[in-house]
Design a protein around this ligand. Structure first.
Ligand SMILES: Cc1cc2nc3c(=O)[nH]c(=O)nc-3n(C[C@H](O)[C@H](O)[C@H](O)COP(=O)(O)OP(=O)(O)OC[C@H]3O[C@@H](n4cnc5c(N)ncnc54)[C@H](O)[C@@H]3O)c2cc1C
Length: 366
């Protein structure tokens, strides 16, 4: 069985930034991703623009340049992440999911699955960099699993000249509604509230969706929730008086958010706190309640009801965990986004650890 000092589970932007820091520090590590690197970004809708500016989501001190100096798209960022892996010659075990972890005398035994094969590795320490968006938040209504219903929006072309009902009122739903409309779909939008929250919708999308609704080009169903879906229509129920209505739809997009799968963390007996079920951590070292198990990136937040952790404020995690793993509180990773040091004094995890779900200071919801 292959043995290593540290295993990093996950190769999203923060897992990759940590891998470079550990490599620079001479730590013996292995890294696994259940999918391709940057998997969470790969399922964003095609051509999605990041709300964060490029300097904030750049990693490992490598500038993220876009052709017109504007915000990066999904495609720009995935190409950038591939470049990071090549530049720093990272060895990521892609398409190798960590399925189970058992404690042993020396640390941990990890059980992985790759191409139908089960493998085992031994590690003294583990860092979870698994993100927090593993599955859609289900509505548990009849018809949710019909073939014309999806929790993911991939691209608008599929909906040309189709009737689409979109459920949700945050970024994902609003962006999908605008893009489907612009691609020639007849769009209905159902939202459980009566208006869009400026903290939940990109500032350049909010005026556009409001205008499209006011001018009757997108049909808005405020204060409504879906209660049943069949092949022809969706039943909506008013959140004000419970009255039902029906909207005919060829396709239904349920864009109501995503949840973290905490089963692997729980299998280790890890303490999860607050409404988010976030791993309880020492906020200086990011060590969890399980000795020698750490967490970095958005996984440290659990399922975010309101987004407090993004790529830009997770760079300091890389510094904290690298220092903890080295036992050197002064180590500064040489290849890292400079925000890691500028934001080291900030502690967005404190509110999450306290279980608070109040408004985010900045950033937006997907
Ligand atoms: C449409 C959309 C737009 C967004 N826009 C922004 C933005 O503008 N700015 C921003 O900062 N954030 C944005 N986000 C959120 C952003 O995607 C996350 O902040 C970011 O991906 C977190 O990085 P991470 O490295 O912590 O985790 P992730 O990128 O989620 O990476 C986790 C990795 O772990 C892997 N993994 C999970 N479980 C296992 C396992 N058991 N074994 C092995 N591997 C595993 C996954 O395959 C994945 O590749 C957006 C999200 C969406 C959906």
């Amino acid at each position: 069985m292959l043995s290593t000092d540290v295993v990093i589970i996950g190769a999203g932007p923060i897992g990759l930034e940590l891998a470079v820091a550990l490599k620079d520090a001479g730590v013996n590590y292995l890294q696994f991703d259940a999918n391709q690197i940057g998997h969470t970004i790969s399922w964003y809708p095609k051509q999605t623009t990041f709300f964060s500016s490029p300097d904030r989501i750049a990693i490992c001190g490598v500038p993220l340049n876009t052709p017109d100096q504007s915000k990066a798209t999904r495609e720009d960022y995935l190409a950038y992440l591939r470049g990071i892996v090549e530049q720093f010659d990272l060895n990521v075990h892609t398409y190798e999911r960590v399925n189970a972890i058992k404690k042993n005398a020396g640390g941990f035994v990890l059980h992985t699955q790759h191409a139908g094969q089960t493998r085992q590795y031994e590690a003294k320490r583990i860092v979870f960099a698994v993100g927090d968006m593993h599955r859609p938040r289900r509505l548990d209504i009849p018809g949710e699993d019909l073939p014309h219903v999806s929790h993911y929006f991939d691209e608008a072309h599929a909906f040309f000249k189709q009737r689409v009902l979109i459920v949700g009122g945050r970024n994902s739903a609003v962006e999908a509604a605008i893009r489907c409309f612009r691609a020639g779909a007849k769009v209905h939008l159902s939202y459980r509230h009566d208006a869009f929250d400026g903290k939940s919708v990109k500032y350049w999308l909010k005026p556009e969706i409001e205008w499209l609704i006011q001018s009757g080009q997108i049909t808005f169903h405020p204060n409504s929730v879906p209660t049943a879906i069949n092949e022809q229509a969706v039943t909506l129920q008013s959140t004000l008086d419970g009255s039902p209505s029906s909207v005919e739809a060829d396709f239904v997009l349920l864009l109501t958010g995503y949840e973290m799968d905490t089963s692997l963390l729980e299998s280790l007996g890890m303490e999860l706190v607050g409404d988010n079920r976030a791993p309880k951590v020492d906020t200086t070292t990011l060590q969890t309640s399980v000795d020698n198990v750490f967490v970095v990136g958005t996984a440290a937040a659990g399922t975010q009801q309101r987004f407090k952790l993004f790529i830009e404020n997770c760079h300091p995690h890389v510094v904290r965990v690298t220092r903890a793993l080295l036992g050197d509180p002064h180590f500064n990773p040489p290849h890292i986004n400079p925000l890691a040091f500028r934001r080291l004094h900030e502690n967005p995890l404190a509110a999450i650890q306290g279980g608070a779900t109040g408004d985010a200071d900045e950033g937006l919801e997907v």
